[in-house]
Design a protein around this ligand. Structure first.
Ligand code: E4P
Ligand code: PEP
Length: 353
């Protein structure tokens, strides 16, 4: 008989059921309480009940958990310092969408050697998230593979659907069932309407194919996620972080009957992927907020211990400790000054949580 299946499958290895990993790397009662609380703070910011600026800040991706925790410890201290003006959530990105190919993140390839040990990646992701939470830091991630949330979502305070997947029905459906507040990026071309449509789809009930906690293929029905917002990240035609862009976006959201809350990413196409330009973009976002635009609810920064990024793949022993292997990041010293100054500026403008 002619072979008609698995023509292009090289291997197919079962994963542990999500419930098994959740019981091996458990969430304590205290951690669960922290997650519920941090999500509520974020909801309050989205709804305008909490006037602090929401800041999603951290490495473009986590590739070295030791450096990641060193970064988290510094960020936790800074978060405590500025907590009355800025609510800091650490970027803990384990899944990377690629324009074509490349390393797809710690969950997919935790050993950074192409061995793609996904069970180990999922375990490391949970262990890392618990450590960050125990430092008192809320967590943010991009959810890319629709099966991943079952393994880690209980430890995520806020999540993003990226520019490359905002238009995907699969991701909108997944978002409609997620328990945390969530942002949709505008597309890589700069299209805002796709993100608006994504919010409309994700806030509605959906039924789709998913995987249960027991690892069984299931028909999943959701009730819709009410806590969705847009993220401006610039696009092929340039940045979109200016006051005019924000006005266009909020008018569009209002026209569609959606809450006009906007988060702005100071990285990606808003800084032309050049970390040197990120601080100026961030200062402009904070300026708009300090000038009284309450619709600018949040900002994103890509920040690491060391500035820039490094070429990858290459032998692990040649990697610079604390430097990104995906997009460029600003360094810790720059981050600290930027965030402190912004908190001062917001305080002077009367912003208080
Ligand atoms: O933030 C990360 C990158 O911009 C995104 O994953 C795309 O990366 P690539 O264009 O290097 O593949
Ligand atoms: C991939 C990312 O962003 P974007 O979807 O905006 O390209 C990211 O934040 O890591």
């Amino acid at each position: 008989m002619a072979q008609v299946t698995d023509l292009h499958i090289s291997s197919n290895i079962p994963l542990p059921a999500p419930a098994l990993l959740l019981s091996e790397v458990e969430r304590s009662r205290k951690q669960a309480e922290f997650m519920a609380e941090s999500r509520q703070h974020i909801r309050n910011i989205l709804n305008g009940e909490d006037h602090r600026l929401l800041l999603i800040c951290g490495p473009c991706s986590i590739h070295d958990t030791e450096a990641g925790i060193e970064y988290a410890k510094k960020l936790a201290q800074l978060a405590e310092e500025v907590k009355h003006q800025i609510y800091i959530v650490m970027r803990v990105y384990f899944e990377k969408p690629r324009t074509t190919t490349g390393w797809k993140g710690l969950i997919m390839d935790p050993k950074l050697d192409g061995s793609d040990n996904i069970p180990e990646g999922l375990r490391q992701a949970r262990l890392f998230l618990r450590e960050v939470i125990d430092l008192g830091l809320p967590t943010a991630t991009e959810l890319l593979d629709p099966i991943t949330p079952q393994y880690i979502a209980d430890l995520i305070s806020w999540s993003a659907i990226g520019a490359r997947t905002t238009e995907s029905q699969t991701h909108r459906q997944m978002a409609s069932g997620l328990s945390m507040p969530l942002g949709f990026k505008n597309t890589t071309t700069g299209d805002l309407v796709a993100a608006v449509n994504a919010i409309k789809a994700a806030t509605q009930p959906q039924t789709f194919l998913g995987v249960s906690e027991q690892g069984v293929a299931s028909a999943v029905t959701t009730s819709g996620n009410p806590d969705c917002h847009i993220i401006l990240r610039g696009g092929d035609n340039g940045p979109n972080y200016g006051a005019d862009d924000v006005a266009v976006t909020t008018a569009l959201l209002e026209k569609h009957g959606l809450q006009p809350s906007v988060m702005i990413d100071a990285s990606h196409a808003n800084c032309g992927k050049q970390q040197e330009k990120m601080p100026a973009v961030f200062r402009e976002i904070v300026r708009q907020r300090a000038a009284g635009n309450q619709q600018v609810i949040g900002a994103m920064l890509e920040s690491n211990l060391v500035a820039g990024n490094q070429k990858f793949p290459r032998p692990i022993e040649e990697l610079t400790y604390g430097q990104s292997i995906t997009d460029q990041c600003i360094d810790w010293e720059t981050t600290e000054i930027l965030v402190r100054n912004s908190a001062e500026q917001l305080k002077a403008a009367g912003v208080a949580g």
